[in-house]
Design a protein around this ligand. Structure first.
Ligand code: AMP
Ligand code: FE
Ligand code: FE
Ligand code: ZN
Length: 282
């Protein structure tokens, strides 16, 4: 069994890179990809440890992109570097994206302060490491009694429909695909069920358009997918010639009830053959 979608505390997970490698080895996973949001910091730290134990660690990333179609979709894209490490210019691009996040965070702090919330950016930044995201804001709001749970914090303050929401303009999907391809990475559509397209024909059309834009794979196995989702996306992958990937989307304590490798109550099972298929893909 393998897991190709995990987060460390360098983005919005709670495990250190070392703890994540230890947990993967304890589970006897045959391979693990670290796919933090917008940073390789967790992967970079985990790599020496993985090498020491001869553990198959894959360099990955998750990025939020904007796709303009009949409505604007926020598309999460996984990126895998299977054949060569990410080049310097790609890492430099990630620094720009992190700067865009800092800008959003400053706007969000202003909005919250205007709403009478006692909160400072440095308090929120203390909660995370390389990246400060909305889950870190949620933690502070819960700790200070402004919200009962993270879910509640998103509903009242941080979510897209909350009055204090501050938007972050991630890169355009097509542009991001081009950057990833130019850097030698494989762009993969993450958890397609979260596109929220109920009609299977429209969903297939959107995914076909993404394939035409250069998307190379689709995350067939994911902890948010039920059995029918997995079957539908596997058929679509075969039909469109997309590589198949899969993972739990493990975030440690930030996603309670979700286990590394196996998802929610064993609803994710990614066989080793998925990685073999991926490595043969160009
Ligand atoms: P950001 O990338 O900083 O905009 O934060 C997005 C992250 O917040 C997502 O990756 C989720 O992990 C988390 N998130 C989004 N909506 C919710 C919600 N309603 N409840 C809890 N966590 C959420
Ligand atoms: Fe996340
Ligand atoms: Fe995601
Ligand atoms: Zn994720």
């Amino acid at each position: 069994m393998i897991d190709l979608h995990t987060h460390t505390y360098e983005s919005d997970g709670t495990y250190s890179p070392a703890e994540l490698i230890e947990a993967a080895r304890a589970l006897r996973l045959e391979a693990l990809a670290i796919t933090d949001h917008d940073t390789f910091a967790g992967y970079d730290q985990a790599l020496p440890l993985a090498r020491e134990h001869n553990f198959d660690l894959i360099c990955g990333l998750e990025m939020n992109t904007r796709h303009e179609s009949h409505r604007v979709f926020s598309i999460h894209m996984l990126v895998y570097f299977l054949h060569q490490p990410p080049p310097a210019e790609f890492r430099a691009w990630l620094e720009e994206i992190l700067e865009g996040r800092r800008d959003r965070n400053r706007r969000l702090i202003r909005n919250l302060q205007e709403a009478g919330v006692d909160i400072e950016l440095h308090e929120v930044e203390k909660m995370g490491r390389t990246l400060t995201g909305r889950p870190h804001f949620a933690k502070v709001l819960v700790n200070k009694g402004y919200a009962a749970t993270a879910e509640d914090a998103f509903r009242r303050y941080l979510g897209e429909n909350a009055p204090h929401y501050a938007e972050r303009h991630g890169p355009d999907t097509t542009y991001a695909i081009e950057r990833v391809r130019a850097a030698g990475g494989l762009p993969v559509l993450a958890h397609p069920v979260r596109l929220g397209v109920a009609d299977p024909q429209r969903e297939a059309k959107l995914i076909g358009d993404l394939r035409d834009a250069g998307m190379g794979g689709i995350e067939v196995h994911h902890s948010d997918h039920d059995k029918e989702d997995v079957e539908r996306y596997a058929r679509l992958a075969a039909k469109l010639g997309l590589a198949v990937t899969g993972g739990s989307d493990f975030h440690g304590a930030a996603k309670p009830g979700l286990s590394l490798g196996t998802g929610y109550g064993g609803n994710v099972q990614v066989p080793r053959s998925v990685l073999d298929g991926l490595r043969s893909f160009r």
